[in-house]
Design a protein around this ligand. Structure first.
Ligand code: EPZ
Length: 423
């Protein structure tokens, strides 16, 4: 297994290009299954998860190529409708194949994803919504067996008990080719959901209310091939803001969407970070200047437009060396504080009770051997290691490779000292 060896305490400087969004790319690549024509998706990040997804689509009979951040996919003829446990276990987003497989083949057998490090993560909302739209669903021996007996999904109304990103995406994919109109209430409004809607709309889907909590979708008989460029990854951008903030650095993020980052920028601004936007299109450059020492500020994660749970660990890492005490409340996932014991190994002072962390800022952290437990926890350890005096070794770095394209290369170009080696 590989690990990262990071010599900390070096300031960062220069510019970094933010890659395409992982959490937009995954559902959009999956949604190409809804079309029989050739789809081309660009700015797809090269990640363990996107490469894995290409293999999954190929296992259904799709022809699929991913090179130079461009995916060319043809799902003209699907030959399989099964996503086995070994696949879904590795990447939870695989459960999003449920709706497209049903829409295209009338049947699907998809393993239940099960729990993971950050929480139990059930899929009841996905299944209840799809059943409302006419799917017959049974769970047998850990597998979801789905069937459509009326020649496709049937438009329906469904109110989500909570705004699940994945369930919203599964239902959108069910509704675009359904017979009649679907109306979904209290859906997730995350930018990744908006991107899926935009990509499908460009291919001929009829979706109203994009970006709001009610979506009205009129099913169409068929979709054109998708042709779409993925937006930059707001969580990667936020992670670089945290890295610059913790290392007292000034760096420029190239080509980001600040409308999607405002919740994160607002909290870092409160902590003393200065931002300057260069450019005036959708994609701008963001100059980020950290203060000599961050002020401690509180954060509570929430569904979009609230502060993203996917930035909680990275924000906490920055707060470990802030002036004062910061209270961080994780409200989306019940077990997303696995980074805390590892940050403590580096000298952080953090108490956790009922999903609420009290972080007492220290003057400095010190390098230590630590272990990554999930994707964003790994990013928080990289941030802490960059800030710490001395050397840190981050093990289980495969978590990081799932969601950050060329992270150590990008950081070394900014002046960090990171080496990847066998542990
Ligand atoms: C997406 O996961 C993201 N993954 C996650 O990013 C992100 O943390 C999460 O949304 C929240 O923003 C992808 O987009 C691939 P949810 P998802 O369904 O869709 C509960 C990362 O680090 N729930 O919005 O699985 C659930 O347990 C990852 O990149 C149900 O109860 O998240 C959680 O408490 C990790 N029943 C809450 O809803 C359901 O049927 C939100 O989960 C579905 C969800």
């Amino acid at each position: 297994m590989e690990m990262l060896v990071i010599k900390g305490g070096r300031p960062l400087s220069g510019s970094v290009v933010i890659s395409g969004s992982k959490n937009s790319a995954l559902p959009i690549l999956i949604s190409t299954m809804l079309s029989k024509k050739v789809s081309t998706i660009t700015n797809v990040p090269h990640l363990a998860d996107t490469r894995f997804l290409v293999e999954l689509l190929q296992s259904f009979g799709a022809s699929c190529e991913l090179s130079d951040n461009r995916a060319t996919i043809s799902c003209d003829h699907l030959t399989s409708f099964t996503a086995p446990y070994d696949v879904v276990r590795k990447m939870r987003a695989s459960v999003l194949v449920l709706a497209p497989l049903l829409a295209r083949t009338g049947q699907a057998i998809v393993s239940l994803p099960g729990g993971c490090a950050i929480g139990t993560r059930p899929v009841d909302i996905h299944l209840n919504g799809l059943m409302r739209m006419g799917a017959q669903i049974e769970v047998i021996d850990g597998y979801i067996h789905g069937k459509l007996t009326r020649g496709g999904f049937v438009g329906a109304e469904y109110e989500m008990p909570l705004p699940s990103v994945g369930a919203t995406e599964n239902l959108i994919m069910a509704a675009v080719l359904a017979h009649g109109r679907s109306v979904f209430y209290k859906v997730a409004k995350e930018p990744e959901v908006v991107e899926l809607c935009r990509a499908l709309t460009k291919a001929g889907a009829k979706i109203n209310g994009i970006g709001s909590s009610t979506l009205e979708i009129d099913g169409v008989a068929e979709l054109d091939g998708l042709s779409y460029q993925i937006n930059p990854d707001r969580i990667e951008a936020g992670s670089f803001i945290a890295m610059a903030s913790g290392t007292k650095s000034a760096i420029t993020l190239k080509q980001v969407r600040i409308d999607e980052l405002s919740n994160v920028m607002e909290r870092f601004s409160a902590a003393g970070v200065k931002f300057n936007v260069v450019g005036d299109g959708d994609l701008v450059d963001l100059e980020t200047q950290a203060p000599e020492r961050l002020n401690a500020v509180d954060v509570e994660t929430a569904a979009y437009p609230g502060f993203p749970t996917d930035m909680q660990a990275q924000f906490m890492a920055a707060m470990t060396i802030a002036r004062g005490t910061s209270v961080i409340f994780e409200r989306i996932f019940e077990n997303r504080m696995m980074h805390v014991p590892e940050l403590r190994r580096m000298g952080a002072s953090i108490d956790v009770k009922n999903g609420i962390a009290k972080v007492s800022g220290r003057e400095a952290l010190r390098g230590a051997p630590v272990m990554a437990t999930d994707l964003r926890a790994s990013a928080s350890l990289v941030i802490a290691a960059l800030c710490a005096g001395g050397t840190s070794e981050i093990r289980r770095v495969y978590h990081l490779d799932r969601g950050y394209e060329s992270l150590e290369k990008k950081l070394n170009q900014l002046g960090a000292d990171i080496v990847r080696c066998q542990q």
